[in-house]
Design a protein around this ligand. Structure first.
Ligand code: B16
Ligand code: MG
Length: 234
């Protein structure tokens, strides 16, 4: 891939903008408990970024539960989602992760477009609760995609709506499936969180605090018209 200037930043939602990943885990753990098995945080890592139904299948596999009817699968998934939504009801604008709003403001002041690329069907609800919608030019979520991460569809759709080539997009992701999807989309990826879980990302950070667009440019970018750096090709 030939890297292009940095023109757009595409963010995952759960675990990147808001720490809802912990709510997903609590709700899945509760379902596992009801089904009679324990579900560890380590096993939960695989569920991050993948769709609700695929997450259920991974959970059932961890619990060695087989031969489940489609009706029962649907019922368990919606049961989990109801518990998850009870957690979402507690969200407020203060739950946006540290440094995120400031970083989005910096990007926009540099003329860099911003988008959300999330697998979640609850994305509109979450964004509404934390009041972050105005900081994004486009939102693509689990309601508008057919193929879940690690398929690149959600990222490519965001880039298309932003009117930016994939090679000019930087993606921010907390899940291995998302990092993989963004790489398949031909984008540069910043992993948020434990480095060993996001080994394929181009750069890893633990938080958006003190992060500046110019830092990204100097580490994984090339120069662009915003004057954000002198350039560095991959
Ligand atoms: P829902 P993201 C993903 O959101 C989550 O990481 C993943 O754990 C979840 O299964 C998926 O959304 C579907 O979520 O059940 O709310 O539709 O990280 O892509 O923003
Ligand atoms: Mg995520």
């Amino acid at each position: 891939m030939r890297a292009k200037p940095f023109e757009a930043a595409i963010f995952d939602l759960d675990g990147v903008i808001v720490d809802t990943a912990k709510f997903h885990y609590k709700a899945w753990k509760r379902l596992a408990g009801e089904l009679g098995f324990a579900f560890s945080e380590r096993e939960n890592e695989q569920l991050k970024g993948v769709s609700r139904m695929e997450s259920l299948d991974l959970l059932l596999r961890a619990g060695r539960i087989t031969d489940v009817t489609p009706e029962r699968r649907e019922a368990w998934a919606s049961r989990k989602n109801e518990w998850y939504k009870e957690f979402l009801a507690t969200l407020t604008p203060a739950d946006v992760l540290p440094g995120v709003r400031n970083f989005l403001g910096l990007l926009r002041s540099c003329g860099i477009k911003t988008g959300i690329a999330s697998a979640s069907k609850n994305a509109p609800l979450i964004m509404n609760k934390v009041n972050i919608g105005p900081l994004f030019d486009v939102v693509v979520d689990g309601n508008s995609i057919v193929r879940a991460k690690p398929d690149p569809e959600v990222f490519l759709q965001a880039a298309r709506l932003l009117g930016v080539a994939p090679g000019a997009c930087f993606v921010f992701e907390d899940a291995a499936a998302g990092v993989e999807g963004a790489i398949r989309a031909g984008m540069r990826v910043v992993g948020i969180g434990a480095e060993q879980l996001l080994a394929r990302s181009h750069l890893n950070i633990t938080s958006f605090e003190q992060l500046e667009p110019v830092f990204l440019m100097s580490h994984i970018g090339v120069a662009n018209h915003t004057g954000l750096g002198d350039g560095l090709n991959e």
